[in-house]
Ligand binder design. Sequence first.
Ligand SMILES: [Zn+2]
Length: 269
Amino acid sequence: MMGPSHALSGAAVWLAGSWALDTFAGYPQSPLTIAIGTAVCAGSALLPDLDLSGRVTANKGGATVAHTFGVVSLFLAEVIEKFSLGVYELTRGRKDPARVNGHRTLTHTLPFTALVGWGTTALCTAFGKWAVLGILFLTIGLALRGLFEHWAKRAGWLVVTLVSAGTALLAFRNLDGHRGYPMLGLAVGVGCLTHLLGDLITRAGVPILWPLSRKHRRWRMIGLPDSIAIRAGGTAEIVVLRGAFIAVALMAAAALVGPDLIRFFHAAD
Ligand SMILES: [Zn+2]
């Protein structure tokens, strides 16, 4: 799937999950916490594609997400791609094909998802507010790039960076500490996982079973068969999937904050 679809799917999953937690487990969150979690999850749903490098010196190529913070993120993507390729080479089975590029390898696995989710919580617990601020800045930037694709392209990376920094600061100052930190890790993990599921339904698939070895292969690409798989950037993705994500996100958001809003306006009467 393409960047904006990934970001939308992350937002939809987080909102629907928050609604389910509230309704079935009696775990309510404030509208602000829901908004922050949604942004972090939407941004993190783009994280795995930071392994698609472009040409740093020419500031070209790479995934949408690699352009979020200009050449800085493009360079980061280059590093992640080469590192992923290194891990691929080190762990590849006898039957795994040779690769020249690390895209859709390490960052598209379940251990990576678990590691970044756990790592986020660990960082926040160890370094407190500075880690939280950094994570909010990074993920909100990615979310802006993904959810407001055209605006982000027109505005350019500098504006996106400044808006992310401002929003992160605002969110951070109002985030409830001990409840917010584990929530951040969960939002990052769920975002990455949603990305994997999105790629799973496209033709190329993802190596979701790594590092399990089967028939001398550790990096088997798992995806839907060609006949029913979604073509990246095709009509089914742009119209049907994105429409469904938007519908789910809006319904969940309405169910979550609707009652609060109604009460708010009644009280104002
Ligand atoms: Zn991907």
